[in-house]
Design a protein around this ligand. Structure first.
Ligand code: VTB
Length: 344
């Protein structure tokens, strides 16, 4: 018999992150994408970022999760909006507990791309059960990312030309047929030279190694691999996507100052030189990944506005359910005119 004054038992909802919440996460990235797309080309990156973060926050308030942001806006970017450790999700009614979910977000990946109207800026989030995503420090990360054909075949410490030879052979083509994406940064001068000498083609990008990483794991988008160093937080989110796509990723934190060494140690990372696979970076059993295009991109269309609303394009993937979905949504902000819903 229960105690007369005992609190009522907690009703733990059976919501499954992948099965039941996919559409909720789609809604979160759509809202942030629509908000930031309104600022496209205004030349104000912090503003673009801020509206994305605010819209994301508001949208999270409707999702039935007990969420914790484990990767948020970067200290590197000095984007002060979404803090690591922040709790998100709908407040449950008394006696109910929603599923605990760890969340990694990049409310606007490619802030500068959006601010200049350049292609490939996206809103991204990854979610998993607690501890399913590495709590990475906001430093650089060396990365090599390729598609499923290259699984287990690459070596982060091998010479560039060797990895290119392997990628070409896994994809059954010549090195000269490959397209390698590299962030256009002075630190990559040597890497770029080596790729050129090996004879592969290069696409230099200004920002957005996350969307390039996803593209590398999908055939037909024109990216065979991504090489070089980019943000570690972006690396973890890429890894979550790659786990859903069964792609290949090797990565290592770039810990090159005593301060960083200390910060990494304080975060519980014992071996700062460790080479991580996608599975190490995103070990979750349940993983959901959602990305919505902001500006037009190779993989995702940007947000298109028209009289009565707008249209968004979202990629949503789940690891254990093995689903890769593209969601093409029309958001009516007012009733359509007499000729019905417009598709553009
Ligand atoms: C990359 C890129 C991001 O940061 O991770 C890059 O994909 C790395 O930092 O879009 P640097 O700009 O210092 O090279 C972004 O450009 C934005 O954080």
């Amino acid at each position: 018999m229960s105690e007369p004054n005992a609190p009522p038992p907690l009703e733990i909802t059976n919501l499954d992150i992948e099965q039941d919440l996919a559409l909720e996460f789609v809604h979160v990235v759509e809202e942030a994408a629509i908000a930031s797309a309104r600022t496209m080309g205004q030349g104000d990156p912090p503003k673009s970022d801020q509206v994305a973060v605010q819209a994301m926050r508001r949208a999270f308030e409707r999702v039935s999760i007990d969420g914790t942001i484990v990767i948020g806006e970067g200290e590197r970017d000095k984007a002060p909006m979404r803090y690591i450790g922040e709790q998100v999700g709908l407040k449950p009614p008394p006696g109910v507990q929603y599923p605990k979910v760890d969340i990694a977000v990049d409310p606007l990946e490619g802030t500068n791309l959006c601010a200049t109207g350049a292609s490939n800026s996206i809103v991204v989030l990854a979610a998993s059960e607690p501890n399913g995503l590495l709590h990475a420090p906001d430093c650089y990360m060396e990365k090599i990312i390729a598609g499923p054909a290259c699984r287990g075949a690459l070596d982060l410490d091998a010479p560039v030309e060797e990895n290119l030879r392997i990628i070409a052979s896994c994809l059954e083509r010549d090195v000269s047929d490959l397209t390698i994406v590299v962030l256009d940064r002075p630190r990559h001068a040597k890497l770029i030279q080596s790729i050129r000498e090996a004879g592969a083609r290069i696409r230099l990008i200004h920002d957005g190694d996350l969307s390039a990483g996803i593209a590398a794991a999908i055939r037909g988008v024109g990216v065979d691999a991504v090489m070089g160093s980019g943000g570690a937080p972006e690396g973890v989110i890429t890894a979550a996507a790659l786990r859903c796509l069964h792609g290949e990723m090797l990565a290592r934190l770039v810990v090159n100052t005593p301060e960083l060494e200390e910060r990494v140690a304080a975060m519980g990372i014992r071996d700062s030189k460790r080479i991580y696979t996608a599975r190490d970076l995103a070990p979750g059993k349940k993983i959901i990944f959602a990305a919505c295009g902001v500006t037009q991109g190779a993989l995702l269309n940007g947000v298109r506005f028209f009289g009565e609303g707008c249209r968004t394009h979202t990629l949503v993937m789940t690891r254990s359910l093995n689903k890769v979905r593209f969601v093409d949504a029309i958001h009516l902000q007012r009733p359509p005119g007499p000729r019905g819903v417009r598709l553009y």
